[in-house]
Design a protein around this ligand. Structure first.
Ligand code: BGC
Length: 269
């Protein structure tokens, strides 16, 4: 392998959904650092998206913020159309947008089930589908692959999570969505991979990491004994977006400080 370890994505263009904060924001900025133009999708926070855009622009690339609800087909179509208008092509899609609406099993409303499945699973499907159509339409560009898709999964694509059945079900679905898409599209040199973050300090779990007692209980689940940072996920994403990972397809890269290693068994079993 002769590719540089720090990926060079100069001249490529990316869409990152849910990039107004947290992991999506870090991914957008890291892609810009590697030289890619970035379309920063957001839903609720135009200010956060602008912050991401400003940080991307500092790296001398093009960056725009685009509103849109990834669970709506028309929003995803508009997102891709606008991004392509600005950049001329899309080489990398990071299907990141995700939410939690937690409730005990029998308290979970159908509306909160639908919303989480809609954003976290259907949203990723719609983004992947739009990306694949665009990759085909534009043909081969400067990357070895026709296009690269990175799905943001979670350790909860394998770890069941009481009180979060909508979230865990959606992430379990993301894992199979990613693998099936990878299998179906590989012969066209489209790569589809996922990153499974563990506990990463973002707004989604702030109630846990900002409370000392809950943070200690969380740390007990992490063999590496600390919470992760968004940039540690972004590092995995830019690698999966680059030619350095050209032979990696249908893979979930777990970035979790060992959370998936059954830490409860350290002193038991
Ligand atoms: C969730 C976080 C949680 C982490 C580990 C993530 O997918 O969004 O809230 O801290 O998994 O349980």
């Amino acid at each position: 392998m002769t590719e540089p370890i720090l990926p060079d994505l100069t001249g490529q263009s990316a869409i990152v959904t849910g990039a107004s904060s947290g992991i999506g924001q870090a991914c957008a900025i890291a892609l810009a650092e590697c030289g890619a133009n970035v379309a920063v999708n957001y839903y609720g926070s135009p200010d956060g998206a602008q912050e991401t855009v400003d940080a991307c622009l500092e790296h001398g690339v093009k960056a725009i913020s685009l509103a849109g609800d990834v669970s709506k087909e028309e929003d995803v179509a508009a997102l891709f159309a606008d991004a392509i208008d600005h950049f001329g092509a899309i080489d990398i899609a990071v299907a990141n947008a995700g939410i939690q609406k937690d409730a005990a099993f029998t308290d979970l409303t159908k509306a909160d089930w639908d919303r989480v499945i809609g954003v976290n699973l259907t949203g990723q499907f719609l983004v992947m589908q739009a990306a694949v159509r665009q990759f085909r339409a534009q043909g081969m560009r400067q990357s070895r692959a026709l296009g690269k898709i990175i799905a943001m999964s979670s350790v909860h694509d394998v770890i069941p999570w009481a009180g979060h059945v909508n979230y865990a079900t959606a992430k379990g679905g993301v894992s199979m969505l990613m693998k099936t898409a990878a299998q179906e599209l590989a012969s066209e040199r489209i790569r589809v991979n996922a990153v499974s973050p563990g506990a990463i300090a973002t707004a989604i779990n702030k109630d846990v990491w900002s409370d000392p007692q809950k943070a200690e209980a969380l740390n007990a689940l992490i063999p590496y004994a600390r919470i992760g940072q968004p940039r540690e996920i972004a590092a995995a994403v830019v690698w999966l977006a680059s030619d350095a990972s050209d032979y990696v397809n249908g893979h979930t890269l777990v970035v979790d400080g060992g959370m998936e290693l059954y830490p409860e068994f350290r002193d038991n079993g």
